[in-house]
Ligand binder design. Sequence first.
Ligand SMILES: Nc1ncnc2c1ncn2[C@@H]1O[C@H](COP(=O)(O)OP(=O)(O)OP(=O)(O)O)[C@@H](O)[C@H]1O
Ligand code: SF4
Ligand SMILES: [Mg+2]
Length: 366
Amino acid sequence: MAVDTRATGSTVNGQSQRPAMPSTVEELRSWGKGDSSLPAIDVKNLKVYYDSEAGTVKAVDDVSFTLQQGERLALVGESGCGKTTLGMALMKLTKPPGYIDGGEILLDGRDLVPLNDEEMRLARLAEIALVTQSAMNALNPVMRIEDQIFDGLIDHGIKDSKGNLRNHVYDLLQRVGLRESVGRMYPHELSGGMKQRVAIATGTSMNPKVIVADEPTSALDVVVQRQVMMTLSRVQRDTGAAVILIGHDMGLVAQFADRIGVMYAGKLVDIGTVEQIIEDPKHPYTKLLINSVPDLEEKRERLTGIPGIPPPLVDLPSGCVFAPRCPSVEDPCRVLAPANTDVGDNRHVMCHLFDLYVTMAGSEVG
Ligand SMILES: Nc1ncnc2c1ncn2[C@@H]1O[C@H](COP(=O)(O)OP(=O)(O)OP(=O)(O)O)[C@@H](O)[C@H]1O
Ligand code: SF4
Ligand SMILES: [Mg+2]
């Protein structure tokens, strides 16, 4: 007997009452809109490593954060700090030699880490969706746009008339600022910006609770970048999904996000509201990142770079990973790793300037 592994509304792992997966367009419209009091996503002590000849690459090392329903979090940090690895792990798309070494990814209360491939296939798109810079290149060149979106819906158990499916696709296209006629086009007939809007329409076609957007605009020119970000913003508002936006450009992500998480060498070293991070950067790395953002009003002659380079993730320094580059480093920083400290107002900082080390130093460090 075939087993329907779709969520059925029962309690899963004793953690949450999940509504049954939708099977018609009508049901899809209200899917994901339940007023769950749980966070949209709660990541606990997540570790994602790669095996390499040089050793274990700790690309995501004990990362924890919580995102409330409908919240927008931007993840920033220098190249290679683990942002994409984290985003892919949230989708359970980590490929060998990468693997999830531990931790939990609670999506609306259900841990994704132990789910099998089929359960995860259904959760993707319907509960958590990914939009990447290469999403536009992932479109099938010989299929019309609407047929590609239909396929995703049908794969997730939507059984409805062609007319209803088509109306749903037209609504999705309209939401991302595209005309209905785009549904009947092939990918080669679309500009880069239009393809990325199609990728956002596809990613949100099942009303997921969480959207992971990994540099969705970095392949586009500046004007189109802003338009696509505005589209993502509108879609987020309409769907109420929580969004994790991964990006390099602090200025661009700050305009979009409610909160900013700063990653360094596989760790989430600072997380707070946009205002907290921009107006009151606490972690020394965050301060340097903010200083390196071009300020057009001040017309700085030279941009302030961040001296030094991040450490290799196979050979992290003992103590604080930022110690070799930190202007505030003290001797104890080189031997004792800072804890993730709640400094109030749901702001978390990983630095000895803010953790209990100050009071522990006498006993812990000689
Ligand atoms: N398949 C792999 N095997 C070994 N190491 C890998 C693999 N993929 C990524 N890494 C390493 O994991 C670390 C994190 O990479 P990741 O792509 O997540 O960084 P990122 O923050 O997204 O960078 P960028 O801003 O350039 O996109 C890097 O040091 C990278 O070299
Ligand atoms: S723990 Fe020490 S080295 Fe690390 S960021 Fe804080 S002050 Fe700098
Ligand atoms: Mg990346």
